[in-house]
Design a protein around this ligand. Sequence first.
Ligand code: GLV
Length: 316
Amino acid sequence: MARILVTRVMPEGGLDPLVTAGHEIVQRAGDTPYNHAELVAAVVDVDAVVCLLTDRIDSAVLASGAEGRLRVVANVAVGYDNIDIEAAQHLGIAVCNTPGVLDETTADLAFLLILSASRLGSEAERDVRSGAWKGWGVRQYLGRDVHHAVLGLVGYGRIGAAVARRAAGFGMKVLHHARHDTGVPGYTASLDALLEQADIVSLHVPLNEDSRHLIGARQLELMGPDAVLVNTARGPVVDEEALAQALHAGTIFAAGLDVYEREPEIHPRLLDAPHTVLLPHIGSATQATRAQMAQMACEAVCAVLDGNRPPNLVTS
Ligand code: GLV
């Protein structure tokens, strides 16, 4: 029997694999994250950690775990930029994530943002709720058509491909940019060329040093004043200051964001930017998907502790 730290209360059924395996679960009560010092202390005497993307598992946390008996960290998220992978690798601690199970759910949300940003859903609803809407008007809330538009996907992993499948139903022309030729029709080697051609750009790249501020002032300018930007990937992929400026200046038409550079802080100029839909990082937030993500993380923990290699291992 191993001792597993679970950093938050998980969706119902999420810890089933740990329970079935008979492991001892040490769980943080409630929804507030450990602060850094608490996390460093909490990993001292556990074999595994099941954590969330809001837990910063840096080299100090990993070193503290390694001084004890920590063998595996499983992130209940597909992105793992919150974990120092190099340090984990160095200390021989396995890191796992949750690829695959959230693709369709996240693609649904990307499409919600594509539609809502293009059709000005948020500000139209705000006006209805506030009483500012005084009746139908022929020049009100004039958005951009999604059907038959050119969709530019930046990143073409499982989630990008799932968004492309949805776009087919809207008769969209889909282009995608990835670091390597995907061999799939629509592949566009030059990011600049994709940004110039797309009416709507949706981001599906992981956050790393290559993708940080991938979309900045120059890229927004290439997209042009009729373009819509959607980000369900990671906030720092977009230079928020540049985006806020472009939205206020009208040099980009609209934006739909689910992720932010400094969550939960939102850039103040995004909060009052026109044509902007802001969601609180809910890409994978359905009951079924979140439970599956937690289960997948727990299964990976069990596999590593049993001496097996889980398919969702991030470290080598
Ligand atoms: C969510 O953002 C995830 O990476 O799973």
